[in-house]
Ligand binder design. Sequence first.
Ligand SMILES: *[C@@H]1O[C@H](CO)[C@@H](O)[C@H](O)[C@H]1NC(C)=O
Ligand SMILES: *[C@@H]1O[C@H](CO)[C@@H](O)[C@H](O)[C@H]1NC(C)=O
Ligand SMILES: *[C@@H]1O[C@H](CO)[C@@H](O)[C@H](O)[C@H]1NC(C)=O
Ligand SMILES: *[C@@H]1O[C@H](CO)[C@@H](O)[C@H](O)[C@H]1NC(C)=O
Ligand SMILES: *[C@@H]1O[C@H](CO)[C@@H](O)[C@H](O)[C@H]1NC(C)=O
Ligand SMILES: *[C@@H]1O[C@H](CO)[C@@H](O)[C@H](O)[C@H]1NC(C)=O
Ligand SMILES: *[C@@H]1O[C@H](CO)[C@@H](O)[C@H](O)[C@H]1NC(C)=O
Length: 408
Amino acid sequence: MHKPRSIPKGAFLLPLTLLVIVLLLPLFRNFIQSSSKIYATNLETKETRSCNIFSGNWSSYPKEPYYNNETCPFILNQINCIKSGRPDRDFLKLRWKPHDCELPLFNATQFLELVRGKSMAFVGDSMGRNQLESLLCLINTVAHPEDITAKYTSNDDIFFRWWFIADYNFTVTIMWSPFLVKYNDSDASGLAYYSATTLYLDEVDAAWASKIENFDYVIFSAGQWFFRPLTFYENGQVVGCQKCQNKTELNYYGYRKAFRTAFRTIRNVKGFKGKAFLVTHSPGHFENGDWNEGGTCNRTRPFSMEERKVYKHRDIVEAVYQIQMEEFAEAEKEARKEGLNFGLSLIDITDAMVMRPDGHPGRYRSVGNVKINDCVHWCLPGPVDTWNEILLYVMRLEGEKHKNVTLS
Ligand SMILES: *[C@@H]1O[C@H](CO)[C@@H](O)[C@H](O)[C@H]1NC(C)=O
Ligand SMILES: *[C@@H]1O[C@H](CO)[C@@H](O)[C@H](O)[C@H]1NC(C)=O
Ligand SMILES: *[C@@H]1O[C@H](CO)[C@@H](O)[C@H](O)[C@H]1NC(C)=O
Ligand SMILES: *[C@@H]1O[C@H](CO)[C@@H](O)[C@H](O)[C@H]1NC(C)=O
Ligand SMILES: *[C@@H]1O[C@H](CO)[C@@H](O)[C@H](O)[C@H]1NC(C)=O
Ligand SMILES: *[C@@H]1O[C@H](CO)[C@@H](O)[C@H](O)[C@H]1NC(C)=O
Ligand SMILES: *[C@@H]1O[C@H](CO)[C@@H](O)[C@H](O)[C@H]1NC(C)=O
């Protein structure tokens, strides 16, 4: 099994692979429809029926962001865009506005009161880390997150880390698991952006699954690594591959099965009484070439409706999003059949983020190969802060559901 700690930081920064993909996609009507349907059946309050917070638009908001490069010490250089010299600021003056309601601002005190005495794990790839850093910055406005990684491991890397917010007895951690299932990188150093990888689709990655049972909240964000050459195993047999033997096309079988295995695992982990969240696919926005072809993302405004329509590669984003939705719905159905508390909710950011080609670091990333733009991760502060506004909103909604009251 390839050891995550052998991956250099640069590889984490740009899980490129994906890059391959993802670009710029228009908004798909069916995205909205499928997610609102799932959302409404998942959450049974009056409020959610009348408002799908995942369907909306970015509207202007003149106030300063929650934090900045001087007030938040948790931002990795690669996404610390303003500090790295990004000159424009308009991308910070927007907030997500659901069509039928308001998404409340992130209230860090309220968040910390909800999670008092609890623990939260971000499981997956560097998109999870992107959201975690945003959360640490948001928390840092009212309480101090202390890095307690040394209590758990002597590895000083960014793949497995722990923070503790003493005033609220709250622990938050990140667990690196880019495929969610067991994998083995043929390049032992893990250096290659594009190395062939073997996935064991029916075996969950113990890096998270063995640790998860005591957590109260688990947040999955993965999928960006599924665009490289892959060989799929099930039951000890090769069952397929991608970008192999002269084939260039994507084979979504592995993506689907990996999510199926992860969802089955979280449903069945003995003793897991917590809440899990799936953060849906985060789209990238390379233009004029891929990540390795000098592609850029230098827009300073969200897409207009017209611009959204002309973007390419929508089929890939649509395909992976649809697979996530289908597997989510399938897992929910299975849980119901087995009489289990499903415990998995959506943080459906795909549609909102498709509209934000202006939210990426691009060339303002101060690390690694400066010739490669990062049009995959998101600047902090920036539109990724919305993911945590949504997280808090959904956590409150879940809490209120149990008390049978509606949100104000
Ligand atoms: C991982 O792959 C390498 C190279 O292909 C191989 O030598 C090694 O035995 C594999 N490890 C596991 C645990 O399958
Ligand atoms: C979304 O907002 C932008 C400006 O922020 C506006 O130009 C556009 O018309 C809006 N689209 C919809 C569907 O409301
Ligand atoms: C952040 O960093 C940049 C450059 O390093 C600096 O010019 C800017 O004023 C800083 N502060 C804020 C609040 O953005
Ligand atoms: C934030 O939440 C706390 C605790 O629930 C509450 O006392 C405070 O008024 C809230 N702040 C704002 C600005 O809503
Ligand atoms: C802190 O939270 C943990 C659970 O995460 C609990 O076991 C422990 O008793 C709490 N400590 C205090 C001092 O409340
Ligand atoms: C891949 O393509 C090359 C050249 O077209 C051919 O020689 C080779 O046999 C092919 N390999 C496989 C496994 O199909
Ligand atoms: C943005 O990038 C394109 C190439 O992708 C380039 O032609 C254009 O000049 C760039 N614009 C700015 C303002 O840098």
